[in-house]
Structure formats: C-alpha cells, structure tokens
Ligand binder design. Structure first.
Ligand code: C2E
Ligand code: CA
Ligand code: CA
Length: 735
C-alpha cells in the first residue's frame, strides 16, 4: 500500500530538489563561464590597448622634443651634433628609446641612431616603418583614433599648424617594437621656408621581455610575455597587431578568470548554503511522507473499523455483504457451493438481564471464538448485529452443511466458563441455505437462510434447519394471510368468543376469557394460534387487542358478577399505551375495573423488564387485575415471576393433562399450586377436560378451572345462555 503512494510524493519532490540544485549550479557555472569569456575578451582588448597606451605615453613625452624651435631648426639644418646629443643621446639615455630616426620633409633619411650609439647621417628606415611614414603624411591619416595624437600649435606669425604623432607596433629586425612617428614643428618661430612638409622623428622602443613585463605590471597582467604558441596551459593570450592588421606576435599572461574564481570562492559557501536547504527539503520530505503514511494508516484503520464489529472483531454487516458478493462470485465461477449459515442465540436478552451486559458481551466473544474454529478455509464469520452470527462456508454442500451446523450447535451448547467465574449455558437456533441450490443472489440466499432460521426458532427442537422450498410457500401464505387479516380488522370481522372460568367445583361461573376469532370468507376459520402471532409480528395486534378489549368490557355488562379476562400481547405492553387504552375502554363501558382481568405471558418481561413493570403497575392502579398466562411454558421460575406482583396464575394446559395421573406431572403441578398459594395468588388451571382432572385440581387447592369440561369458547349469546343455565342449576341445587 505504502510504496506507490510514497514514491508518488517522494519522487517529484526529490526530483524538484535535485533539479533546483542542478539548475542553480549549472546557471552559476554557465554564468561564470560567460563572465570569464567576457573577461577574456576584455583582457585581450586591454592588452592591445596597453601596448598602444605605452606608445601614446611615449608620444606625449616626445611632443616636448618635437614641438620645439631648437629641434625644428637643428633637424632642418641636419645638425648631426645636435641630433646626437638630444635625439640619439638624451632620448636613449633618459627616456629609454632604442632607435631614433629623422626623416626630411620630402622623406629622405637624415639621421639614425641605434641603442644610443653615435648617430649616422642618412641611415635608412627599417622597411616596416615606411607605411607609418605614409600614414602620417596623408592629409587625413587612415589610422584608428587611439593611434594618433593631433594637436594644434600656434606660431608667432599667427599661423596654426597641426602636430601629429602616430603610434604603432611593428616588427623591427623581426622583433616587436613600439614605434612613434612624430612631426617636428617649431613652438614659436616659423616653419622653415621651402619645406611644405615637416621633418619626422621616428622613435622606437623595443618591446622586449622586460618592457613587456613592465606594461603587464602597469595594467595588472601577471607574467606577461611573448609566445610563439598561444596554447600554454594556465595562460591566456592575445594577438598584437599593427594598424594594418598584420600580426606582430602573441602576448600571453597568467589566466585571470573572475567567474571561475568567483565559483571556487563561492562554492564552499554555496554548498554550505545548499546543504541546510537540502537538509530542510529532506526533513520536509520525511515529514510529508510520515504524514501521508499516517493518513493512509488512519484511513485504512477507519476503513477496517467501519467493517469490523468492535466487540468480537469479526466482520460486521458491511463486511459481510462485501465478502458475500465475493465468495458467491467465486463459487459461481468455480462451479462450487457456498453455505450461508445464520446463527442466533435464543433469548439472549435474558442472559443480559440475568448476568449483566459484561457477561453477555463475554458470551458473544466466546461464541465468536468457538464458531471461528469451525469455519472452513476461506470462509467468513461475521456478526451482522446483536446476538446473531452469519458464516459463509465455501465448498460446503448439503451433507457437509448439516454436519457443520450440528457441530456448531454442539459446540455452543457446551457451557461457557467466563473469566468472571460465571458459568453460562446458551441455546442457539441455526438456519442455513446453500448456493446455488437455494439461491444465486446474496439477497435470495440471505432471506432463505433467515427463513430457515425462523423455522428453527419456531420449532425449538435444537436442530439446525436447512432451507426447503415449502418455507417460501409458507412465506407466501403468511403474506396472503396478513392481507386478509388487515381487511378483517378494517371491516370489523374479527369476533370475540368467551370461555367460562368456573370455581373449583365446576358449578359456578366466576368469569369468562375473551378469545379472538376470525373466519375468512375464503380460508374459513383461522386459529388465533396462527393469526395472533402474525398480528404480533405485523403490529396489527394493537388493533385486534383494542377491538377484543372494547367488545369484552361491553359484552360483560350483560353478565353481572362475572369477571372478564382479556389477553394482552407483549407488543401491546411495549409499543402501545396499554394503560390508556384500558382506562378509556373502562370509562366508555362504565364497567367497574375490578371486573376486568388482563392476561399476559412471561414473554412480556423478556423484552424490557422495567417498562413491563411500569405498565403492570399502571394497569393495577386502575383497579384491574393481572394474570400470568400459560405459566410453565416459559423458562422463568415462579420466584422470579412473583416479583412482578401478578394477581393470578394460570397454569398452562400442558401441565393439566397429567393432573391426577400418579405417573404424570402431578407432583410438579402440586408443588406449583402450593407455591402459588404461598405467594397469595389465585390459581387457575386451564384446559381441564375430564372430571378426574377437575377433582384432583380441586383437592390440590386450585381456585379456578377452565376447559372443555365446562365449555368451549361460546358466542356472547351462547355465553349468556350458559351463565343463565348455570345459575338456574345452582338455584335448583340450593332450593
Ligand atoms: P390462551 O390465552 O391460553 O387461551 C386459551 C386457549 O386454550 C384457547 O385457545 C382455548 O380455546 C383453549 N382451550 C380452552 N380449554 C381447552 C381445553 O380443555 N382443551 C384444549 N385443548 N384447549 C382449550 P384459542 O382460543 O385457540 O386461543 C389460543 C391462544 O391465542 C390463546 O391462548 C391466546 O394466547 C391467544 N389469543 C386468543 N385471543 C386473543 C386475544 O384477543 N388477544 C391476544 N393477545 N391473544 C389471544
Ligand atoms: Ca389466556
Ligand atoms: Ca393460557
């Protein structure tokens, strides 16, 4: 999970960092090279100019000699002594010129002196200098401006003449020399008549190693020297050319690369600066990665949590659906089976009520552990809600499913010895369906496993139930029945019949029990054993209950002194306001509350003990009595039930069968009657069918009797007749 997402973040950022550093370094490098290139070009220009400047400086110096009456006169007069003294001598010794030449106005060589030696008249110029002479003679010299110095000289006679010096670098005897050609003019006097053009002094300085080194020092070039080969490492070089562009030689100097120097100086600092930046980037990256990782982890955790039941850590309903789809798909593709097993703990609520929720939770966890051990490979055990589990078992066929589920029942009926020291027994109901036999969709299979489970619960035989086709038919039938029941309630075709409750002698009618009756036009009479549970499941019981109650309290007014008992279902206690319903019914009928009895079964106490208790107190405070119906069919002890303050105990029909039968359940029955008496409850026996039973019950201390022995449930009219006949009989007996 982590890797792709991590690199998704890391790679671009790392790449960005590296790219940034590379770009910074590269642009610094390129910049430095550009600086160096520009610097070199500058240096090459500078060196040429330096040489030229050297020449110009000499030219300025020489102007003192060449704009001078004395020089003009002596040169014109070709005065050898003077020229030796001032030109060949002074200029060589004091100003360091190596060669001096004098040329007449018409370009005849007049004088020459080399290296300060005594001058020679008529010494010819070196040939390379001739073009310089031509240039200075031109009316407009074709030389760059920085090679020429032109100044105006005002003579005494009012004339102004131009003094020129041209500077160049030329090979003299194969060696480079700085050459200055300068016109010779008077500073005050007048030009000598007859000569149109002035004489010239040509002064040369050898640009030998020491001279070049000096120039280098003046202009900041280290190690400046002449070279043949311009590619000496560590040195840069420039061609030195004369005005006409001819190469005079190459000057080389120690490299001065400001860009590279900048880089080499800045580099450590730069690295020091980049290092923390890289470190920060790295830390940011690491931090970001951690955040992303945490985010992904918490996301994964949330995802897991959303699919996990926190108590048992099994997959929850959401996860069940996902796994179901997947496993069903796999089974379909592999041509294999998938068993869907629904497991439900019977009466789990009573475990919670009796032992507390901590024990309930521990039991659920222990169940999960036991079931998980039995799960086939690649299966899925989930807890979709409350006290139920669903196991998806791949590659389990019908015989295997039967075996698996009966093993489950066996495993879960073993006692649970909890850490708290409590020992708990539970019973479970299991229903299952098989793919593809019983269904090929998640919905269908779930519904059918659920139907099988319902059947298992209803049967309560402690055996797992596999789905069968008739269950669907049952469902269809129930649906049809429900529709018909709704219609019956709506058009008032629910009837009430009454069964008498006799005294122990079986002679006197003490009360009647109101029993709902329904006869459908198509289906015929339908037993309350069928339609009452259906009405309870569908919520229709609220209507039926109120209907029966109102009818009963009304009908009962015709039977003075006779109590009327009305059955009330658990859902009426828990979902409706039964106290208010009863209060209104009594008010409307004006029946004294003492004549009404409400029968409830212990199942009322299972769902919500507290509310059940409140409602019972509410009913009793109206003056109504409460009977515990069907006692003995449930799980609770009489001690437990007596806490709820029942006024009457109705012992279930199933116990009465054995009344008086020495081998039967009469011992249990006798003890129930005695216990009920101790608890000051009126004891009623239901389902009395024989006189023998009646007699035994009478002697055992039973207060009231009900059963076919006396009468089946009767219509109101028949009940009136029954009561009348019994009263008549009693009168006859009495008289
Ligand atoms: P229950 O409250 O125990 O009612 C007594 C049932 O036992 C009645 O069945 C009655 O006909 C039957 N019975 C009476 N004496 C004998 C006998 O000697 N032998 C045998 N074998 N049966 C006898 P019924 O009328 O079919 O009612 C069945 C159950 O339906 C009732 O059991 C009661 O739980 C429920 N029920 C009936 N009417 C109502 C009603 O209006 N409201 C509610 N909530 N439940 C009702
Ligand atoms: Ca009853
Ligand atoms: Ca009963």
């Amino acid at each position: 999970m982590g890797q792709p997402t991590k690199s998704f973040l890391t790679l671009p950022i790392a790449a960005l960092c590296v790219a940034t550093i590379v770009v910074v370094l590269a642009s610094l490098y390129v910049g430095a090279r550009e600086v160096d290139r520009v610097a070199l070009a500058g240096q090459q220009t500078t060196i040429a100019q330096a040489v030229n400047q050297h020449g110009l400086a000499h030219a300025r110096e020489l102007r003192l000699m060449t704009v001078w009456d004395e020089a003009h006169d002596n040169v014109s007069a070709v005065n050898l002594d003077w020229m030796d003294k001032y030109l060949g001598g002074y200029l060589n010794e004091v100003l360091g010129y190596d060669r001096l030449y004098v040329i007449s106005g018409d370009d005849k060589p007049l004088y020459g002196s080399i290296g300060g030696a005594k001058g020679t008249l008529g010494m010819p110029l070196p040939p390379s200098v001739e073009k310089l002479v031509r240039a200075i003679r031109a009316s407009k010299p074709q030389v760059p401006a920085d090679h020429i110095q032109a100044t105006q000289v005002s003579l005494d006679n009012g004339k102004t003449v131009e003094h020129r010096s041209i500077v160049d670098v030329l090979p003299i005897d194969g060696k480079p020399a700085s050459v200055i050609a300068s016109t010779v003019l008077p500073d005050h006097g007048s030009l000598r008549e007859g000569s149109e053009k002035p004489s010239l002094i040509i002064a040369m300085t050898n640009l030998d190693e020491s001279e070049i080194e000096r120039i280098g020092n003046d202009f900041g070039f280290r190690g400046l020297h002449w070279v043949q080969d311009s590619t000496r490492p560590g040195y840069d070089s420039a061609d030195i050319r004369s005005i006409d562009g001819a190469s005079v030689g190459s000057l080389a100097w120690q490299e001065h690369r400001p860009g590279r120097e900048f880089l080499s100086r800045a580099a450590p600092g730069l690295m020091l600066a980049l290092l923390p930046i890289a470190a920060i980037a790295y830390l940011l990256l690491a931090w970001g990665n951690r955040q992303v990782k945490q985010l992904m982890e918490s996301e994964a955790h949330a995802k897991r949590a959303a699919r996990t039941d926190s108590l048992t850590e099994l997959p929850n309903l959401v996860a069940l659906r996902e796994n179901f789809e997947r496993l069903l798909d796999e089974a379909k593709r592999g041509g294999s089976t998938l068993a869907v097993v629904s497991i439900d703990i019977d009466r789990f609520k009573s475990i919670n009520d009796a032992f507390g929720h901590a024990v309930g939770d521990a039991v659920l966890k222990a169940c999960a552990v036991r079931l998980k051990k039995m799960m086939p490979e690649n299966g899925c055990l989930s807890r979709p809600d409350g006290d139920s589990f669903v196991m998806l078992a791949p590659a389990v066929d019908a015989p295997a499913a039967a075996e698996l589920t009966s093993d489950m029942i066996a495993a879960l009926s073993e006692p649970f010895d909890l850490d708290s020291g409590t020992r708990v027994f539970i019973a479970v109901s299991i229903g299952y369906a098989l793919a593809p036999l019983d269904g090929v969709t998640v919905g269908e299979l779930t519904r059918r496993a659920e139907l099988a489970l319902r059947k298992a619960k209803a049967d309560a035989e402690g055996e797992a139930v596999g789905f069968t086709r008739d269950m669907d038919a049952e469902v269809t039938f129930r649906l049809m029945l429900e529709t018909a029941l709704r219609a019956a309630i709506a058009d008032g075709s629910i009837d009430v019949m009454y069964q008498p409750v006799m005294d122990a002698s079986g002679q006197r009618v003490l009360g009647v029990e109101a029993l709902a009756r329904w006869t459908d036009s198509d289906l015929g009479p339908i037993s309350p054993v069928v339609f009452i549970p259906l009405a309870e499941e569908t919520g229709l019981i609220q209507h039926i209950g109120e209907l029966v109650l109102r009818r009963a309290v009304e009908d009962c007014k015709a039977w003075p002194g006779v109590l009327v008992a009305v059955n009330v279902s658990a859902s009426q206690i828990h979902h409706g306001d039964i106290v208010e319903v009863v209060r209104e019914a009594l008010e409307d009928s004006q029946l004294p509350p003492e004549r009404l009895e409400i029968e409830i079964t212990e199942s009322v106490l299972l769902a919500d003990e507290k509310r059940a208790n409140e409602q019972m107190r509410g009913l009793q405070s109206l003056g109504v009595r409460i009977a515990l119906d069907d006692f003995g069919t449930g799980y609770s002890s009489l001690q437990y039930l007596s806490r709820f303050g029942f006024d009457k105990l109705k012992i279930d029909r199933s116990f009465i069968d054995g009344a008086g039968d020495p081998a039967g359940s009469s011992v249990v029955l006798a003890s129930i009657i005695r216990l009920g008496q101790d608890l000051k409850m009126t004891i009623t026996a239901e389902g009395v069918e024989t006189e023998a039973q009646r007699r035994w019950l009478q002697t055992s201390g039973c207060n009231e009797l009900q059963g076919y022995l006396f009468s089946r449930p009767l219509t109101r009219a028949d009940m009136s007749a029954f009561i009348a006949s019994r009263r008549a009989e009693a009168k006859a007996v009495a008289s």
